[in-house]
Design a protein around this ligand. Structure first.
Ligand code: ASP
Length: 240
């Protein structure tokens, strides 16, 4: 797993080095054909992705934590904050792994559960990435004036979920996997050029949501296994 992640990281880093030049070359024809007005909606994409991430954390994570683990969402978000902020700045679930594990343990998740659920989650559980890929696919369809049928919209949901599972926990990986989502419904791949310019900003939010989801899952798994340590010593320190 580690060797594969390292190889993926090296490959993505190499691609990302050339990305600014590639993005510039790709974005020129898109703007030339559609006019500079296509750049304004990018702000909307950023707002929608950020809002989506906040709503997902506030509604889905809080709700599932309360229902399945009877765990206070406020306590959860307070304890997971250092890991979420680290993920926000590094845009990498993999490099946030030690911090995510620590926050799960601080919340009372036993090491045996945290060390299984969190690394697994860091590779396959990426709600933020799926959300971002869905938003981007619909945005690209709108820019090109293509109407997606209900069937195509469902395909976007399905492929975005699958693509997010296959996405590596390194910066920019979600953008590479977005090609799969676009191809599944026949959207033009050139649309990626528009997203690439703002991808880092979106990556920060989605990675933060990704690792917050991993921590929430760990708490829920520990609770359903009846192994969640209530009043974990570290937890008291943090919430005190
Ligand atoms: N950067 C994300 C992560 O590490 C993956 C992605 O690009 O969506 O979680």
């Amino acid at each position: 797993f580690e060797a594969l992640a390292e190889a993926m990281y090296k490959m993505t880093s190499a691609i990302m080095k050339f990305a600014p030049y590639g993005v510039f070359a790709l974005i020129i024809p898109v703007v030339a054909v559609n006019g500079p007005k296509v750049l304004l909606p990018l702000l909307k994409v950023i707002v929608v992705v950020y809002l989506g991430c906040i709503l997902h954390a506030a509604l889905i994570y809080s709700g599932t934590l309360k229902i399945f683990a009877n765990y206070s969402p406020i306590k959860f978000f307070k304890t997971v904050a250092p890991a979420s902020i680290f993920a926000f700045t590094t845009a990498s679930s993999s490099s946030t792994l030690p911090l995510t594990m620590k926050s799960a343990e601080d919340m009372g998740v036993p090491k045996s559960i945290a060390s299984f659920v969190i690394p697994l989650g860091a590779t396959i559980n990426m709600d933020g990435t799926a959300l971002y890929q869905g938003v981007c696919a619909f945005f690209i369809a709108q820019v090109y004036g293509l109407d997606l049928t209900i069937g195509q919209q469902l395909t976007v949901i399905l492929t975005a979920t699958l693509a997010s599972i296959g996405t590596a926990g390194v910066p920019g990986a979600g953008l590479v996997m977005l090609t799969m989502v676009l191809q599944s419904v026949g959207l033009p791949l050139e649309g990626l050029a528009l997203i690439a310019g703002i991808d880092r900003v979106l990556d920060m939010a989605r990675t933060s949501l990704n690792i917050t989801g991993d921590a929430a899952c760990a708490v829920i798994v520990a609770a359903t296994e009846k192994e969640l340590i209530v009043d974990a010593p570290n937890e008291k320190e943090i919430t005190a």
